[in-house]
Design a protein around this ligand. Structure first.
Ligand SMILES: [Mn+2]
Length: 328
């Protein structure tokens, strides 16, 4: 049975003894990242600290666009010179911080994360690969520091868990502790029903049509073991949505019989391509390691990368790479 390891006393002492903190998360923040940042922010505020949240964004998606104002997009010199502690959540490699990585260089940096790829960075780390979400890692910090979890904080913790567990779908056998933590949060006033609506609701019709188009465009390779779909720049004008179709798209393409890997390519401005990676529950392919080869990162089953190259080139390179992995 799994249980969370204790948090290093050194980390707890740093948090107890220092006064000013910057809480950072990865670029293109997802539900777990933002919820972790907000839960960490609340924890430090409750301890009477001065806290700033920073994220390089973008905050385009409708469900997070209202949060933009709460996050700094740069660390100015005045703040840096006060030597705050940088707390990085849901992110184990400096590249995933975007331009903020340079801006915190030299600060004492504590990492709280569950990602399996990326080099070790930060001066202190509490990394639990087997944690379903980073928010459940932050929950351990609340317990270790004996800080009360309000209903609002419980909602942040649950929301990150809900996003990263695909609303309980990605949890394996013998992981009862994860459900017990979720149950604790529900007993603190979280409604899973409301959380599910928050996760999947509020989309525009343009979003649903965009998703339909991407499903329509999907192709199968290697006897259906790889499914691929892509989005081009002109989709932006054709479909009025800033939402990422990825999660629903992955769920649809992963439901195809025999599929092991799903790749989603999105053409970006400036000749860049964003790639989303997923592998099926049954597959042995580690898409986190694959994404790392392309300058990205993530988990065994879910990862991402942004590549400075044309979508056609990146697409072919990755189809070839997956082909090799499938023939191993
Ligand atoms: Mn996460």
């Amino acid at each position: 049975m799994f249980s969370y390891p204790p948090i290093d006393e050194q980390i707890l002492d740093l948090i107890r003894s220092r006064d000013e903190f910057i809480v950072l998360g990865h670029i293109s923040p997802d539900g777990d990242c933002l919820s972790s940042q907000m839960a960490m922010n609340s924890l430090l505020l409750k301890m009477g600290k001065t806290v700033h949240m920073a994220n390089a964004g973008p905050f385009d998606r409708s469900e997070i666009s209202h949060l933009r104002a709460d996050f700094l997009s740069h660390i100015d010199k005045e703040l840096y010179d006060r030597s705050p502690i940088a707390v990085v959540v849901d992110c184990s490699s400096p590249e995933r911080l975007g331009h903020l990585a340079q801006e915190i260089e030299g600060l004492v940096t504590i990492i709280f994360d569950h990602h399996s790829s990326g080099e070790l960075f930060g001066t202190h780390r509490y990394i639990v690969h087997r944690s379903v979400s980073t928010t459940l890692i932050i929950m351990q910090l609340y317990k270790a520091l004996d800080v009360e979890i309000s209903q609002e904080i419980a909602e942040h913790l649950f929301f990150g868990f809900a996003t990263d567990s695909g609303f309980f779908r990605f949890i394996n056998a013998y992981r009862g502790e994860t459900l017990r933590l979720a149950a604790e949060l529900v007993d603190l006033g979280v409604s899973p029903n409301t959380m599910a609506d928050r996760m999947t609701g509020g989309k525009s019709l343009g979003y649903v049509k965009y998703l339909g188009k991407l499903i329509d465009r999907s192709e199968s390779h290697f006897d259906g073991r790889l499914m691929v779909s892509s989005s081009c720049l002109s989709d932006r004008d054709a479909f009025i949505t800033t939402d990422k179709p990825s999660d629903s798209l992955y769920a649809m393409l992963l439901s195809v019989q025999g599929v092991e890997v799903v790749l989603f390519f999105k053409e970006l401005e400036g000749g860049k391509t964003e790639v989303g990676f997923r592998s099926s529950h049954q597959s042995t392919i580690d898409v986190g390691a694959l994404a790392e080869r392309f300058g990205g990162g993530g988990h065994k089953k879910a990862a991402g990368a942004t590549v400075q190259n044309d979508i056609k080139v990146v697409r072919q390179q990755l189809i070839d790479a997956v082909g090799e992995l499938l023939s191993e």
